[in-house]
Design a protein around this ligand. Structure first.
Ligand code: GRF
Length: 215
């Protein structure tokens, strides 16, 4: 069994699509061992509980210092002994000790075509506001491995989404989720679980079906 820990902060629609792909057999041999949120009010925690998945909250408000919060977060992840950590709308900067504990075993979904519209301040709806403000005609989503930078690790999958006349940030966010995020995040997990993703420097290679190659 290939075990996941999924880290969330908000509505959990990306988590839900992972749950649904496991249920429909697309992600055969994959299971979610634990869902962790920094936000006690995250609806994603309700989605986990409804699916019978252990849901934990590690809130920074419960700790005296940021470092104490980070230590508790890393411990909560480690305790679940994941093969892969999935950041699905997780609005916490991952501490270096977690990166070191899970080298090329943490992935993130970002709602743009990295390296465009990413980095400090680019998260959630703000990404789509800036995309529309710049007037680009194509946007999309990216799944990448997490390194010590922000949105800078090796790119695994990307999917483009067209911008339409009259789009608002909310309408565009929904289209990017529906047409890109909810498809490429489960697919990236499937490929990694199958050992078909090889990382060479800052580049990933997706190996043909039937090969093993996880670095
Ligand atoms: C999505 O827009 C995702 O791209 C970004 O945060 C949002 C998470 O949404 N990382 P949800 O919690 O998965 O619904």
């Amino acid at each position: 069994m290939f075990h996941l820990v999924v880290c969330v902060s908000g509505g959990g629609t990306n988590l839900q699509h992972i749950i649904d792909r496991i249920a429909d057999g697309t992600l055969a041999g994959v299971s979610i061992s634990r869902v962790i949120s920094n936000n006690p009010g995250a609806f994603a925690l309700e989605r986990a509980k409804k699916a019978g998945i252990e849901a934990a909250c590690v809130s920074p408000r419960e700790f005296e210092t940021r470092d104490a919060f980070y230590m508790a977060l890393v411990d909560c992840v480690k305790e679940a002994a994941p093969d892969l950590v999935v950041l699905a709308g997780f609005l916490v900067a991952i501490p270096p000790e977690m990166i070191r504990a899970f080298p090329n075993r943490i992935i993130n979904i970002h709602p743009s075509l990295i390296p465009s519209f990413c980095g400090k301040g680019y998260y959630g709806i703000h990404v789509h506001e800036r995309v529309l403000g710049r007037g680009v005609k194509v946007t999309g989503a990216t799944v990448h491995f997490v390194d010590e930078g922000m949105d800078s690790g090796p790119i695994i999958l990307q999917k483009a989404v067209e911008i339409q006349e009259g789009d608002t940030p909310e309408v565009l966010q929904r289209r990017v989720m529906e047409q890109a995020e909810w498809k490429i995040l489960p697919e990236a997990i499937r490929l990694i679980a199958a050992g078909r993703v090889r990382v060479e420097g800052n580049v990933t290679h997706i190996l043909p079906d039937g090969t093993q190659g996880m670095a």
